[in-house]
Design a protein around this ligand. Sequence first.
Ligand SMILES: [Zn+2]
Length: 464
Amino acid sequence: MLSRPKSTIARAARAFATLSLAATVAVTGTVSAFAQNVPVVRDAEIEALVRAYARPIFRAAGLPEDGVDIVLVNDQSFNAFVAGSRLFINTGALMSAETPNEIIGVIAHEAGHIAGGHQQKLRNQLERAKTMAIIATLLGAGAMVAGATSKSRGLAGAGMGVAAGGGEMAQRSILAYQRTEEMTADRSAITYLNATGQSGLGMLKTFGRFQSALSLSGAQVDPYRISHPLPRERIANLEVLVKKSPYVEKADPPALQQRHDMMRIKIAAYMGGQAAASRLMRKMPGSLASQYGDAQTSFLFGNLAGALAKTNALIKAQPKNPYFQELRGDILMKANKPKAAAEAYAKAVSLDPARSGLLPVSYGQALMAVGTPNSLEKAVVQINKGLARDRENAVGYRHLAQAYGELGNIPAADLATAEGHFYSGAYKDAKIFAMRAQMKMKRGEPGWIRAQDIINYAPSGKKK
Ligand SMILES: [Zn+2]
């Protein structure tokens, strides 16, 4: 399921009384100003899909394609940005794209900026920065854009207040792609799309939409549009390149389009509520995506029996889809049937070709809810498996600490708590728990060494 960070729990709980939430990122320091508006959302299905979009493009661009982390920013505006191995993309961008090709085109354009070495200095800074700090930066850029709309010039100047609040990173330079860099990135993007046998029409559609959109006001501003200037001749040039490609008419494979539709409906259901999901479902009548949306909204809005029946029908249609099993697990957890939920999550884990770290953690949570010593031992194994795949999942450490605690392994519980604080950016608390764990551990054992790493860590990157 889609889960959000802790800071939005109260607000989200009001919006979706039945939605279960998990904290993924604790928000601290300069980021707190944005916390209410900009959580990161985690979802195995969406992350896997966006990674599937990015991987062939990154390969064609000569970028490292393995271990690309997808960071889903819960914001309705359109934005996408690559920093090192992290691809940040707004849920609003995913929602507004009718085809995979539209998102793939934007990723190809971003890859073109990276391959061209554009903004290299900023990228180097961002590569070392924590995920939440980058989000604050990207959001800062968005806020600057919104604040600057009354003046078409001097965007950087208008955003200075935000820049000052956002730490050391030079937000203003996020807005500073040169026009020549845009042309270069477009050309590179077409090269990558051709190399992967894909059309550039989606990219043309997205950029064309930005150019024609007149509503440059307030919250409606898409940060992406501002950071990637669109002089008139750029679209014209791009159009020529796109139409020259032998793949111009090539549509996305139907299976990929189906996954895309399912993703959009899921985002609509979780972020926009029942009405938003229904609007989208009406555009895809009788489709599997529409059935998926129906099951999701039943689950989210309180009809568990109906949701289970609908999800079972989905599983019958696609027995190998891990996310249908995940949804079944979510429903059974909420129905207070942890044993059956654990079985569903176990299937989800075994079916998941993307090896998401989130699914084993969900499986572990269900095992914890079963509550026998044997299931607690199994829970520890699963949660550790999930964390090994996904080191920065702060919520996973919280569950791990609880499982260890219930098993009576207090040093391991303290170390897991330290890790959770560490990956949330709460270094002081992380050190306290790391020291507490060390006191009960043998000097030099792996847990002791890891605790020492946390104790020695200095946020600036320098060892104390
Ligand atoms: Zn650009």
